[in-house]
Write a protein that binds this ligand. Structure first.
Ligand SMILES: Nc1ncnc2c1ncn2[C@@H]1O[C@H](COP(=O)(O)OP(=O)(O)O)[C@@H](O)[C@H]1O
Ligand SMILES: [Mg+2]
Length: 388
């Protein structure tokens, strides 16, 4: 557990950045610190790895006051990821990931094994990426390296300061998903700073809302959505953020071939984990403009779907989550089936969408009536033009 007791921070110029911070951050959870720019999020985070020392009060890790620890040793035990990750440009990806293990004088074969394991963990093929230089990566890939570099020395605590803020919305969503599934395996204590409420709701076990150097409220995403402590939080939650729409356009195809469902499916429909609270679920539906959520496990297995009516009917019970209100899918289709298989199901069974499940049991996407409409628009493109 990380604990802040009566922590204040006054910078040298006299600015009071933090006023009496008291926090308990439970081990093995994702804690998201959120609040407007300048409210003291980064200051709070940097107190944990002693990049900043408190003016008053103390920070404890597992009941030990960190002011009595050697700061260099402390930092090597805490992973740190920042927005512009600062990979060393002249070093290969492997060497970048290996920085802390080598400082810690790990045996070289252990380090090499770790590099490959971590690259695979974020779906970057070690053979391909080990030797690349940072400049040869996309923004999303570089940020993945930032994340695994922080994981390399197997720290118990990872600090992430707006790590995905500079990414485009699609890469950002992917990295959020990866972080959640990584955490399922690793169970680290993660402190994550963001100013994006959607990001916080998506990844947090615990949200800490800050304003002007103070903690205004903390709790689970569902609690904060249901019981915002004051108008400031209501406004902060309610802020409409521009989110690029994740609808992927259907690719054109040869007229002679019948396309497969994988060619027409939507790969990123609105999905959620079964642990998601009902208030947080309604919010996601509102954002994605859908009337049901597809429920998947962290391992991407399809569990069922939760129509909005099920969510609303149990909404009063704050202990309920999506897992309690979802229902199973009766029909699924394989990605390489002809799309007519999905079409048949939708028209004969009167269901609005069909989930696609790959051979390995992983959820791959959905075919909706909307995907059919787009497909038709591709097949008969000029009908639209004539109508102009
Ligand atoms: N070294 C410093 N000296 C003086 N003021 C600072 C210093 N670092 C940060 N601040 C001020 O402290 C406040 C909190 O900063 P910070 O924790 O970085 O905010 P956040 O991460 O929430 O945007 C801001 O008003 C910032 O200008
Ligand atoms: Mg900051």
């Amino acid at each position: 557990m990380i604990e802040f007791k009566g922590v204040t921070k006054q910078y040298k110029d006299g600015f009071q950045a933090l006023k009496d911070i008291n926090l308990k951050l439970e081990t093995g959870k994702i804690h998201v610190i959120i609040g407007p720019s300048g409210c003291g999020k980064s200051t709070t985070m940097k107190l944990i790895n002693r990049l900043i020392t408190p003016t008053n009060g103390s920070v404890y890790i597992n009941n030990e006051d960190i002011s009595s620890m050697n700061p260099v040793h402390l930092r090597r035990k805490i992973g740190y990821v920042i927005q512009n990750i600062g990979l060393f440009p002249h070093m290969s990806i492997a060497d970048n990931v290996a920085v802390v293990p080598r400082l810690l004088k790990w045996k070289e074969d252990r380090t090499q094994k770790k590099i490959d394991e971590l690259l695979s963990l974020v779906h970057l093929d070690p053979e391909t990426y080990r030797k690349r230089k940072p400049a040869e990566l996309s923004g999303g890939q570089a940020q993945r390296i930032g994340v695994i570099r922080a994981l390399a020395a197997e720290p118990e605590i990872i600090l992430m300061d707006e790590p995905f803020s500079a990414l485009d919305p699609i890469s950002r969503e992917k990295l959020q998903n990866e972080l959640v599934s990584l955490q399922e395996e690793l169970r680290k204590t993660i402190v994550f700073v963001t100013h994006d409420m959607d990001e916080a709701i998506k990844i947090a076990d615990n949200i800490i809302l800050m304003k002007d150097g103070e903690v205004i409220q903390s709790g689970t995403p569902d609690t904060i959505l249901r019981h915002p402590a004051n108008d400031f939080i209501k406004e902060f939650i309610g802020k409409k953020r521009l989110k690029e729409h994740n609808t992927e356009l259907v690719q054109g195809f040869e007229m002679e071939e019948i396309p497969t469902v994988s060619e027409v499916m939507i790969e990123n429909p609105a999905t959620a984990y079964p642990e998601r609270g009902l208030a947080a679920s309604l919010r996601l539906m509102e954002q994605r403009k859908v009337d049901s959520l597809i429920v998947i496990s962290q391992q991407k297995e399809l569990l069922g779907y939760a129509p909005i009516l099920n969510v609303l009917s149990q909404y009063r019970d704050e202990t309920k989550t999506l897992g309690d209100v979802m229902q199973p899918f009766v029909h699924t289709v394989a990605p390489d089936s002809p799309f007519t298989a999905a079409l048949d199901l939708m028209s004969h069974k009167d269901i609005p969408y069909v989930p696609i499940v790959a051979e390995n049991g992983k959820f791959a996407g959905v075919v909706t009536r909307g995907s059919m409409v787009r497909l038709m628009a591709d097949v008969f493109p000029y009908e639209n033009e004539v109508a102009e």
